[in-house]
Design a binder for this molecule. Structure first.
Ligand code: SGN
Ligand code: CA
Length: 542
């Protein structure tokens, strides 16, 4: 009797243990939390994504994300520069809070970043491509990142398992190969994943793959209507910035002219600052076979330059440099689009697409000749605005367009929310999930805050902060000047007239200044007066 009772108890234990175990396994298998595929390119202007505008290039694969999901037409960054934007994205905090105010200050790795929270919550996490921090990522089970800016051809990588390695080939293809390998073969298929897939392209010096170089060098592109902007009716900052295609874009590195070509040319006008070893820095990494693929196109560019440059008017010179710039910049984007297509195709084939949120964005916007410029940094439209396309099957209504003001500051909280992970209360953004679900009424934000710090530095864009609403943009340039600007975004979308001192706008100025103070308080920013940040520049030898 006693022994049969014991046996029964033991069987019961065993049985309930087995049930618990089976339940646990079932739960594990049934982890229905969505995968997150975060795709970010470096300096990819929205003007070069056909979902926004097809004047320059067709990007059918990137566009798919919007046609099957949502396109944000008013997405912006809080600080239009590479590493700071990445720090904002990872921490969900403004630059003055996360401390990474410019490309040079170190990123404080003791901070909480959203991949760490995903990892802790049971996600399998990985990061591939460009991070640009000077330290390795935390919270990722696997990574292979470019050191610093990275190279286009035969690039070096820092791999979690292998340390520093060189990979043969073209950077955009390699980053994709590695990401696909991880998705297909290396990750734990029983866990949801977070993969950060981040391209170097289309960052300067804009080296396309050889076949794209050939294809795009034959194309000509429409001129932006503000290409010949003389910056009158703007403040000092626009006039003193060094990002003019004509005067600051380098002949060798950027326009792909041989040093010998330039040496041959008498009276090269305008003289543009040169970069030591500029041409051979990136191109010197090619082997003889790769070099031979580029050479015919390079030769023809150089011949064209030699034949025509001296007889060109200033306007024609600007147009020539603009076309060369677009050919190379867009050539690199064509590879990004092809590779995004490879990844989307794999999601389809594997059945992963259904439960994967795909995000496409850039670390900031970029000037593609607007105002005669390249580069970014300004709160002005083309650099402030960033592309944002999101696909989330069965949640986002395909083909949605959303014009609410959202920022890269919101990404961390959005991803955490989508995955059902609690976001730390000191993150400063807002989850976009209500907007993704079409619940627009709950979105209350009417203005966003911006602050740029990297000055004095390359491109010489002065420090500034400001507030942006759908109607206006109020900016304060400071540090070695004290100037305010106001733009009427509805009546002057190209931001050609600073109306700060115009009497008609006196009330607007008063109101926006008050709103700006409130916003600065909300985000706890007073860095204009903060010694830490001022000293960081004065002590730095740029
Ligand atoms: C390099 C580029 C700049 C660019 C910065 C920052 N010059 O210095 O044009 O603004 O990177 O870019 S280059 O001649 O070296 O290419 S960022 O995207 O990393 O912020
Ligand atoms: Ca960038």
């Amino acid at each position: 009797m006693c022994s049969s009772f014991l046996l029964k108890v033991m069987l019961l234990f065993l049985f309930s243990g087995l049930i618990a175990c089976a339940q646990k396994n079932a739960q594990k298998k049934k982890d229905q939390r969505p995968n997150i595929l975060f795709i970010m390119s470096d300096d990819h202007a929205y003007q070069a994504i056909s979902a926004y505008s097809d004047k320059l290039i067709k990007t059918p694969n990137i566009d798919r994300i919007a046609s099957e999901g949502i396109l944000f037409t008013n997405a912006s960054v809080t600080n239009s520069i590479c590493a700071p934007s990445r720090a904002v994205i990872l921490t969900g905090k403004h630059s003055h809070i996360n401390g990474k105010i410019d490309n040079h200050t170190p990123f404080d790795t003791t901070q909480v970043t959203f991949p760490q929270l995903f990892q802790k919550a049971g996600y399998e996490t990985a990061m591939f491509g460009k991070l640009h921090f000077g330290n390795n990522p935390k919270g990722v089970d696997e990574f292979m990142i470019l050191p610093g800016q990275g190279r286009y051809i035969n690039p070096d990588f820092i791999s979690k398992t292998e340390g520093r390695i060189t990979k043969k080939g073209y950077v955009t293809d390699i980053i994709t190969d590695v990401s696909l390998r991880w998705l297909k073969e290396e990750r734990n298929p029983n866990k949801p994943f977070l993969m950060m897939y981040m391209h170097k392209a289309p960052h300067r010096p804009w080296w396309p793959r050889a076949d794209k170089f050939k294809e795009f060098s034959k194309k000509t592109f429409p001129l932006p209507k503000t290409l010949f902007d003389d910056h009158k009716n703007r403040g000092t900052a626009a006039k003193t910035a060094e990002m003019s295609i004509l005067y600051d874009m380098r002949y060798e590195t950027d326009s792909k002219l041989y040093p010998e070509t330039l040496a041959e040319m008498e009276n090269l006008e305008p003289m543009v600052p040169r970069k030591k070893n500029g041409f051979w820095g990136p191109f010197g990494r090619t082997d003889s076979i790769q070099r031979a693929e580029y050479t015919p196109v390079l030769d023809s560019i150089n011949n064209d330059f030699k034949d025509n440059w001296s007889s060109f008017s200033k306007k024609e010179k600007l147009i020539w440099k603009y076309q060369r710039y677009m050919q190379d910049y867009l050539g690199t984007i064509s590879s990004v689009d092809d590779n995004v297509g490879r990844v989307l195709d794999y999601l389809d084939e594997s059945g992963l697409a259904e439960n994967t949120i795909v995000i496409y964005t850039s670390d900031q916007g970029f000037y593609l000749g607007e105002h005669g410029w390249f580069d970014k940094r300004f709160i002005y439209n083309e650099s402030f605005k960033t592309p944002l396309l999101i696909r989330w099957p069965n949640v986002i209504t395909p083909g949605t367009t959303e014009d609410e003001m959202v920022q890269n500051l919101d990404f961390a909280q959005t991803f955490l929310d989508a995955a059902g992970i609690k976001a730390p209360s000191d993150m400063q953004g807002e989850s976009l999930v209500p907007l993704l679900k079409g619940n627009r009424d709950s979105w209350k934000r009417k203005s966003v805050y911006y602050h740029y710090y990297e000055y004095p530095s390359i491109h010489m864009v002065k420090r500034h902060y400001g507030i942006v609403t759908k109607e206006y943009k109020l900016i304060h340039f400071y540090y070695d000047i004290d100037e305010w600007e106001l733009y009427d975004r509805i009546n002057d979308p190209d931001e050609l007239n600073n109306v700060f001192h115009h009497p008609d706008y006196a009330e607007v100025v008063k109101d926006l200044k008050a709103q700006l103070i409130t916003l600065r308080k909300k985000y706890q920013d007073s860095t204009e007066l903060d010694e830490r940040f001022i000293n960081a520049y004065d002590n730095r030898n740029h």
